[in-house]
Ligand binder design. Sequence first.
Ligand SMILES: [Zn+2]
Length: 274
Amino acid sequence: MQFSFAKGRFAACCLLLGAACAAAGFALGAALSARPSAGKAPAPSVRLLPAAISQPSPPQSQPLPQRLVCLTFDDGPSRTTPAVLEALAAEGVPATFFVVASESNESYLPLVQQAQQAGHEIALHSASHKYSDIYRSADAFWADIELLRQRLAPYVDAEELRCLRFPGGSTNTVSHKYGGSGIMQQLKEQAEQQGLRWVDWNVCAEDATGQKLSADAVCRNVTEGSQGLDRCVVLMHDSATTATTAQALPSIIRWYKENGYTFCTVSQLYGRTG
Ligand SMILES: [Zn+2]
């Protein structure tokens, strides 16, 4: 089973997940924190679905999927994004794009509109993605997010974007160099005060480590990292240098389908309508 791209089905799914979250109310933070820092889980801030919940009508008999996967792409749009969109469309699955808006990707920004119209979620990442700038203070960080919203505004309703992924993840320590050891905790609290959902990942393609990985290696990183997980939030990239990730997508999607996963966006996973 997988979510249809039809808006009605998406909306129904969101409602279901939202109800499930409200009913279950157990925290996810550790489970979906970045793997490299699994030893120091962030404060729980996001909620996860219980393993199985009966589905309200209609239809009564169909249980919620036990296995869910969110494919997420950071640092686009770029020249790689069209190939990613094509691979997703070919398999009919939704994804979430945590986007940037710097001078170097300006000409690709219209792709966010295309992605949203295709049923994907657009989410906040950073305008500049420069750690030395965005993490020097909380004010600098939110100014960068405001700039990102401004640059996205011609293409999507930027004020409606409610999910955020911190560059480097919520437990990154590189930010300490610029904004002190408390900067991430401060930013997480401020995000929540603004009603923003910050989202990490628990599966990593490792496609942005600087080495040029083959499509096979990207696929292997994702599938091996997903073993035994019922909820996967997969970190991948659609930046200019990650073309092999797009090439790996058909195999990655096939693997999740064969292993019984249902595809959804991060807002659907967390019970938001996005
Ligand atoms: Zn990034």
